[in-house]
Design a protein around this ligand. Structure first.
Ligand SMILES: Nc1ncnc2c1ncn2[C@@H]1O[C@H](COP(=O)(O)OP(=O)(O)OP(=O)(O)O)[C@@H](O)[C@H]1O
Length: 372
């Protein structure tokens, strides 16, 4: 799936952008605060229907504007499709070839062949920071792999909110009635994450060894479920185990008004030489692990989709040491992927540029082609 053209209107500080990306690398150059990340965010939003940074969708609408819109023409095996998304006061509306999407089935059509992986400096804290970021990584990666996860994860959050409210103010009966949907949606999400971790782990090991050399310790990835829920079983059994964990914790959860077991409490453990990288890895090793994790996700999608996902790299080169940056750019140059890279310093990403690299300048929300 190649993005042939991009149209952005009133998205963040981008009033009106028309862009014809390169089939390979498109570089967005500009000073700080000009709108480079906003443009990546527009593409990310278009391809995932999830905001990259915003907490509320309203943040995406340009100050003073009523709504924001992003549209793209994607070329795939079945021809060219136009996907579009609009944000207004009422929320988000996605459309495919001019028809608004309502039902889940149409949403599957929307995501058919679309997948994008974003890599930003914030990701470099993935190992070091709290479990929230790792769960977020897992869910976004699982959604890239299986678009149905978008709805499944939402269902889980809805069920969790309902049960937490019941724990705080409901009777035992009300709580019990909310537990079953929570267990069903929770087990589904656990199995998705477990399967994804199983796919990513060998790829992470290989990528880390390539980045760090043969003398480096072996990298590993494991899913750690809260409440001792064992996830290495068929989904129905995982559900039974989650239900038991909730039962055991019921009194405590009622006191706290909060569900203390389930995917929202779990973690992704990254290890080096059998030891937790969060506690024992050096900063350089932790960053190499994150880079390896991103490459693992890209390679996994490439194998699953038959082609690499769309890549969005937000000023990563300035945050990586020269050796890791060389590795990343070498990897990108060899990958037949469509990529967007932002930078304040053209020299940093020059090694990834080829004859078909397109350069654009971003200044005060205006995006213009640069003739190199
Ligand atoms: N809803 C909005 N409406 C208008 N402007 C916005 C909105 N949200 C953010 N901005 C503006 O966008 C600008 C930041 O853009 P962006 O994050 O894309 O910068 P950047 O070019 O990537 O810079 P850096 O190199 O520092 O990361 C800020 O000036 C901010 O005020």
């Amino acid at each position: 799936m190649k993005l042939l053209s991009l149209h952005v209107q009133d998205f963040r500080n981008l009033a009106a952008v028309e862009l014809a990306p390169s089939p390979r690398a498109t570089v967005l150059l500009g000073e700080n605060g000009q709108g480079k990340t906003n443009l990546l965010e527009a593409i990310y939003f278009l391809t995932t229907l999830k905001p990259l940074r915003a907490v509320r969708l309203a943040e995406l609408v340009r100050f003073g504007a009523a709504d924001a819109a992003v549209a793209g023409d994607f070329e795939g095996p079945g021809g060219v499709r136009r996907v579009a998304v609009q944000v207004a006061a009422g929320g988000r509306t996605a459309s495919l070839d001019g028809k608004a999407l309502g039902s889940g089935a149409r949403l599957d059509d929307y995501f058919e062949g679309l997948a994008s992986v974003c890599f930003s400096p914030d990701d470099l804290l993935l190992v070091k920071a709290g479990p929230d970021g790792r769960r977020r990584f897992l869910d976004r990666a699982a959604f890239n792999r299986w678009p149905a996860v978008l709805g499944e994860a939402r269902e889980y959050v809805r069920a969790l909110r309902a049960r937490n409210a019941a724990l705080r103010s409901g009777t035992a009966e009300v709580e019990a009635s909310f537990r079953e949907p929570l267990v069903r949606a929770g087990a589904r999400l656990l199995v998705r994450r477990r399967d994804l971790v199983a796919e990513l782990a060998p790829r992470l090991r290989a990528a880390f060894a390539e980045i760090s050399g043969p003398a480096a310790p072996e990298a590993d990835l494991a899913y750690r479920a809260a409440g001792g829920v064992e996830v290495g079983h068929p989904e129905a059994e995982v559900a039974a185990r989650l239900a038991r964990a909730l039962e055991t914790r019921l009194e405590r959860d009622r006191e706290k008004g909060f569900t203390s077991a389930g995917p929202h409490m779990d973690d992704l453990v990254l290890a080096l030489g059998g030891k937790g990288a969060r506690l024992y890895g050096s900063q350089g090793q932790q960053r190499a692990l994150v880079l390896a994790l991103k490459i693992a996700e890209i390679e996994n999608l490439r194998a699953a989709l038959g082609r690499p996902p769309l890549l969005l790299l937000d000023d990563v080169s300035s945050e990586l040491d020269p050796a890791k940056n060389r590795f990343l750019l070498g990897y990108l140059a060899a990958l037949p992927a469509q990529a967007f890279l932002t930078t304040t310093d053209r020299r940093l990403i020059e090694p990834a540029a080829g004859p078909d690299t397109a350069f654009y300048e971003v200044r005060s929300g205006v995006v213009s082609p640069l003739v190199s």
